[in-house]
Design a protein around this ligand. Structure first.
Ligand SMILES: *Cc1c(COP(=O)(O)O)cnc(C)c1O
Length: 413
């Protein structure tokens, strides 16, 4: 028996930007018996899942599903399309972009890391970690590559370590303007099903995502959405791959099966998640996240603390990064809040360790979940002796009360 004796009464507040809380409906769907993954019932499930997931990515092309965390799907994107020694252009938006570039290096790819070089008063050691991908820098670099040595441009859509989204359509336009044939690969592990995303319309060749963020599933499955150009590139790419190889998976997926045992119960959960998202409507889902993000920012502004995203056009709908005054240990604050109020907040990652914390506002949440979260933050910061300008809790209450959501309940009333 698993002992969680320390677990207090009531629901734990899992307000990290993934894994996000799993709705009871999804947990129940996952409790169905595991079936024969070579039997007839499974084929029907597989076909249903593979059709539905294309609608979530907004693509007409194959989406490959792996029994792996998001990191596996990152590796799959690179290993299926590139050859040893290939040169790729990556962009430093934050910790996850950094990890992806380190992975490329480990796989034997030469990764060039572009970054914004301006000054930033709050994060002088990581100025580009407050901003999105600068598509003009990518265009400029591609124009200096007339021999087309650069095989791919890799960017993160929703940088989970910072709370900054990037304009993927602008990156596509930059590649086209430079008349460059590089593949466009995008990580939207934490953006899918929370932030607007359009694989086909934005001309993305490989989109990487995972289960435990906007899709509201437990961790354990991840995705590669493909383009015909990516599939073509995979035929001549020479990096070794076997478990992650697209060819066998795409082939067997035609009949709803996989070459090896897929995560049957997570696929039950995925069917349920897609049903929830589609019955609400994806546009409504995106609007709900935008509204929560605005309410949380109202609180952070009232506290008088800087929001990590320095570009209001790029505020993440999924999470908000809060920079603490110099000298305050953000990890000690998070620990205090966890111990006193049973609330988990995201840590500052990489260059930002101890400097900031992240509030996740995604998935199976509501106004009062977020009010409780902000209360935990405010109480914790007061206990830690941090000087706050005014009450963020009051500001968020005013925001949520003053901006009613377009909810189903309201329509029924
Ligand atoms: C969570 C996340 C990852 C890593 O995914 P894992 O499932 O932990 O392997 C990569 N990139 C981004 C943007 C993420 O949010």
């Amino acid at each position: 028996m698993l002992t969680l004796d320390f677990h207090p009464t009531g629901r734990h507040f899992l307000q990290i930007p993934g894994p996000s809380p799993v709705p009871d409906r999804i947990l129940r769907a996952m409790s169905l018996p595991t079936i024969d993954h070579r039997g007839p019932e499974f084929g029907a499930l597989g076909l249903q899942v593979l059709k539905g997931i294309r609608e979530i990515f907004k693509t007409q092309h194959p989406v490959v599903i792996y029994p792996a965390s998001g990191t596996g799907a990152w590796e799959a994107a690179l290993a299926n399309t590139l050859s040893p020694g290939d040169h790729v252009l990556m962009y430093e938006t934050g910790h996850f972009a950094t990890l992806w570039s380190k992975m490329a290096a480990r796989l034997g790819i030469s990764a060039e890391f572009l970054a914004w070089q301006g000054q930033d008063e709050h994060l002088p050691n990581a100025p580009s970690w407050r901003r999105g991908v600068q598509a003009d820098l990518i265009e400029e670099r591609l124009r200096k590559d007339p021999e087309h040595r650069i095989k791919a441009v890799c960017v993160v859509h929703n940088e989970t370590s910072t709370g900054v989204t990037s304009d993927i359509a602008a990156v596509r336009r930059a590649i086209d303007a430079a008349k460059h044939p590089a593949l466009l690969m995008v990580d939207t592990i934490s953006g899918l099903a929370s932030a607007d995303y359009r694989h086909d319309e934005w001309g993305v060749d490989v989109t990487v995502s995972g289960s435990q963020k906007g899709l509201m599933l437990p961790p354990g499955i991840s995705f590669n959405a493909l383009s015909p150009k990516a599939l073509e590139a995979s035929k001549s790419a020479k990096l070794p791959r076997s478990f992650f190889a697209w060819d066998e998976i795409v082939e067997m997926n035609h009949n709803g099966y996989w070459p090896y045992t897929p995560s049957t119960n997570l696929l039950y959960g995925l069917v349920e998640a897609m049903e929830m998202l589609q019955s609400e409507g994806l546009d409504q889902v995106f609007a709900r996240h935008q509204r929560w993000a605005a309410g949380v920012r109202a609180a952070v502004n009232a506290w008088g603390l800087p929001i990590q995203c320095a570009d209001p056009a790029l505020y993440s709908p999924v999470l908000t990064g809060v920079i603490l005054p110099a000298g305050v240990d953000a990890d000690a604050l998070r620990q205090l809040i966890y111990q006193r109020f049973d609330l988990s907040l995201g840590a500052g990652l990489g260059k930002l360790k101890g400097r900031m914390f992240r509030i996740g506002h995604l998935g199976d949440s509501n106004d009062l979940t977020l009010m409780a979260t902000l209360s935990g933050c405010e109480m914790g910061m007061k206990l830690a002796g941090i000087a706050l300008k005014s009450s963020g809790v009051q500001a968020a209450m005013d925001y949520f009360a003053g901006h009613p959501a377009g909810s189903a309940l309201k329509a029924a009333a």
